[in-house]
Design a binder for this molecule. Structure first.
Ligand code: NAD
Length: 281
């Protein structure tokens, strides 16, 4: 007589429709003491989480954004961490200033970004130019500013916040997709050039993350499709994602911290894809 198989135990993580897990807390886990990190777009969802996570690891973080009041909120949240967070108010489309701002950093997190959703024939050329300037040319200029110090010290970490749209296209996002594909290429080139100097360069490429950028897209698409927000999420934004939930900013920040940490020194020129299975298709 054969023993019947045990009854399956429900696993909340196996449920694709399960709500997002409780965000990973920003906890003190030193390891980056003595390192200076520059995080761009640090007043926003992912950037703030990265700045706080790196500060929790002991880094001296320069949190850069054009949104000064937003940075003040992040600085206030950093009070009890092992490292520090210092605000740098700057518009990164000032490329010369961006390059100067990156001098003296050991860790560069290229994160600032914007989105514009429009068919190519209606896409405003000036917006296309701004997206490429902010999301591709500024990272290049920040690298130019940061690499001499990293090379001098024989250690550096570059993490580029790309996207599933650095690997796959979606209609109506021409500038964003072009910028992110370019960023993936820039990241690989930096990896090859930096290898002999102890510098790694990688992308973190998430699917949709729960941030103001996505909340805005959800509201816009709900209006455009005359659908409730929940249906826009599962049927439009996450149509290609096997997991039907948003990624939390803290999950992205944890990936960034891993790439900056001691166990990732051999990881370079690659993309850590956090897309709920989107690119598995
Ligand atoms: N939210 C997502 O679903 C998602 C998914 C994949 C990748 N990303 C990428 O993650 C990065 C951060 O996105 P987010 O969702 O946190 O967006 P967000 O809108 O919450 O934050 C973006 C930040 O960039 C800043 N910024 C914009 N233009 C700037 C400029 N000219 N100079 C300086 N700062 C500027 C904004 O002030 C804002 O604080 C972006 O590169 C985005 O493409 C986001």
């Amino acid at each position: 007589m054969t023993t019947p198989p045990p009854a399956p135990v429900p696993d909340p993580e196996a449920d694709h429709t399960a709500p997002a897990p409780v965000p990973v807390p920003v906890r003190p886990s030193p390891g980056l003491q003595g390192r200076t990190a520059l995080v761009t777009g640090a007043a926003g969802g992912i950037g703030a989480a990265c700045a706080l996570r790196l500060a929790a690891a002991g880094a001296r973080v320069r949190a850069l954004d054009r949104d000064g009041p937003g940075l003040d909120v992040v600085v206030a949240r950093a009070g009890c961490l092992a490292g520090t967070v210092e605000p740098v108010v700057l518009d990164l489309t000032d490329l010369d200033a961006a390059e100067r701002a990156a001098a003296g950093t050991d860790i560069l997190v290229n994160n600032a970004g914007i989105q514009c959703v429009r068919p190519i024939e209606d896409f405003p050329p000036d917006v296309f130019h701004t997206v490429l300037t902010l999301m591709l040319e500024a990272p290049f200029r920040l690298l130019r500013g940061a690499l001499p110090h990293m090379y001098e010290r024989g250690w550096g970490r570059v993490v580029n916040i790309s996207s599933v749209h650095g690997l796959r296209a979606s209609p109506y996002k021409s500038a964003y997709v072009a910028a992110k594909h370019g960023l993936e290429g820039l990241s690989k080139t930096a990896a090859l050039e930096g290898a002999t100097h102890g510098v790694t360069s990688n992308c973190v490429s998430p699917g949709y993350v729960r941030t103001p950028l996505v909340e805005r897209q959800l509201a816009d698409q709900a209006a455009a499709h005359s659908l409730p927000v929940e249906r826009v999420l599962s049927e439009v934004l996450l149509a290609d994602s096997a997991h039907k939930r948003l990624v939390e900013p803290e999950e992205v920040a944890e990936a960034v911290a891993y790439l900056c940490g001691p166990h990732a020194s051999f990881v370079t020129g690659t993309s850590l894809v956090m897309d709920g299975g989107w690119t598995a298709h």
